[in-house]
Design a binder for this molecule. Structure first.
Ligand SMILES: [Zn+2]
Length: 108
């Protein structure tokens, strides 16, 4: 195991009689003398970042696919094509509509 581990839950220390753990969605065994100041050596708290924008794109088969633009500039889509190829036409559709008139119907 390589430290620090990235966690998306604020870490806390839990102490037993002869052991200690850092609890942050998972339990990481740490030396008993570990203090609050040592937490960063073991885990790094990475708050989950919400997407900046979310769009629903009608799928050609059923329902909608959700396209997201993340604060770091990444685009994701929850269709199977995006999972496999890291790109798909749905992201293209949203990007296209953004460059056209700058307005897309945003899902709330
Ligand atoms: Zn897609």
């Amino acid at each position: 195991m390589k430290y620090p581990i990235d966690v998306t839950v604020p870490p806390a220390i839990m102490r037993g009689v002869d052991k200690a753990w850092i609890v942050a969605g998972c339990m990481i065994p740490v030396p008993l003398e570990t203090t609050q100041e040592d937490i960063h050596k073991w885990v790094r708290y990475v708050p989950p970042t919400p997407p900046e924008n979310v769009w629903k794109v009608p799928s050609s088969t059923t329902g909608n696919y959700v396209v997201r633009r993340w604060p770091d500039g990444r685009w994701t889509c929850d269709c199977p094509g995006h999972k496999f190829h890291k790109r798909c036409k749905h992201v293209g559709v949203v990007k296209q509509s953004l460059t056209n008139d700058g307005s897309v119907s945003e899902s709330r």
